[in-house]
Write a protein that binds this ligand. Sequence first.
Ligand code: UDP
Ligand code: UDP
Ligand code: UDP
Length: 461
Amino acid sequence: MSSNSSQPLQPHIALFPTAGMGHLTPFLRVAAMLASYNVTVTLITPQPTLSAAESDTIASFFAIHPQINRLDFHIIPYNSPTPDDPFFSHWEATNRSLHLLHPLISSLSPPLTAIFSDFALATNMIPIADRLQIPTFILFTTSARFLSLMAYYPFLTSPEISNADANHIPIPGLANIQKSSIPPPLLHPGKSLFTSTLASNILSFSKVEGILLNSFEYFESETITAFNNGQVQSGFPPILPIGPIAPTGLVQGDHPLPWLNEQPAKSVVYISFGSRTSMSKDQIRALGDGLDRSGHRFLWVLKGNKVDKEDKEGLEELLSESFLERTKNKGIVVKGWVSQEDILQHPAVGGFVSHCGWNSVMEAALHGVPVLAWPLHGDQRINAEVVEKSGLGLWERQWGWGGEKLINEQEIGEKIKVIMEDEILRAKAFNVGKEARKAVEKNGGSEKVLARVINSLNPTE
Ligand code: UDP
Ligand code: UDP
Ligand code: UDP
């Protein structure tokens, strides 16, 4: 350490994301934000990555952020004995390799002053940080509302709750959560890696210095306040909303932007279900017909498979030739990676049909784009509730979980018309955007929280 220099000492923070673009993206954004505050940043990148989207994004990120240190962390291969989601198997493999981390980070210079860990690694990360005598923060990658469910999870499995016929789960200090919004694996805890990862990491909440959230006061005020008043659980660490975390300006993938540039303002509905969620072929066809029926222009990003390395099907195999022919002057369908950041801030985009992955929600919030929430898995229904409550968009609860039922073209077409045409909805979403941008301006609520965290980590000598 340069103790003989007259320069003030700056914190050195290591960030460790787990697999999945929904996890990598917020970590990269926070890494870039910290670097802009002159913090020394080391980004730990688990190798190999699971998807091409992740490896491409990591490479582009370091190319434009040469000041951020890269530490590749090689994961010991792990073959799950059960046919688990590949993302959750990757989390498990990372956890099983974490004993290799201490020697890699104990000799960094300047010495680390904190670790920002993914939730899925927290329990194994804390003893490593303790050995280094530095604090651990969790960077939580979904909503405060989902965090309230997680905090309450140990009670969720208690006999009084799990045997109850009630349709609602009471969360102390907060509105009830509907049972139908809780990811089914959590209500039937079995042997899934997902539930076991959650259960073991929930135990670490009380041991971390704080939980950083990609959210902002206005958007989830009730939940954030209840946490920080100790109503949800006493002894819970501070909830630190620092969002919407700023896009990194990475430009990758296909570029529908030239086409968007030619469309009138707010005339295009953008459809994407994130980086790892696909639909059945029947549902894809009904969605196409619904788009056609809505009468609006569209930009549709289609995925045929969960992990992009395996996504080989062509558009013609997923959509009929007549659909492609019929809609060719009105919309475009893209397969592959697009730069969603650029799309959501484009003036031609007037609405967003989204699965409500939390990053997508926050990107829509930042730009005030009205959302039609179509949650399919995991945390997405709880995130959709936040979308609805905040005024950012609409959620048709009856559509159920992904694959539960086939939603027909009429219903889809009608809802798309609403998000594209309803002036009140548009004004409310616009207002969310205004509040979002205010939160991250200098001295805005989220900006102040981040500055405070960084100040608290300044080395004292
Ligand atoms: N994304 C993108 N292009 C794509 C698909 C996804 O830029 O073609 C980005 C999107 O903007 C978001 C992230 O990938 O930042 C996906 O995270 P989210 O939490 O929305 O959903 P997930 O993919 O994890 O389900
Ligand atoms: N899944 C997904 N994207 C997500 C979340 C889950 O593709 O963002 C997958 C998940 O890994 C699982 C399937 O979708 O293989 C069903 O997930 P869910 O949590 O809904 O469990 P289920 O209700 O089917 O038991
Ligand atoms: N999740 C869930 N069931 C699933 C997948 C995910 O309940 O099958 C929850 C889980 O809490 C996880 C969160 O959703 O931490 C985010 O999951 P994931 O990384 O799959 O999606 P993302 O946030 O990237 O959209």
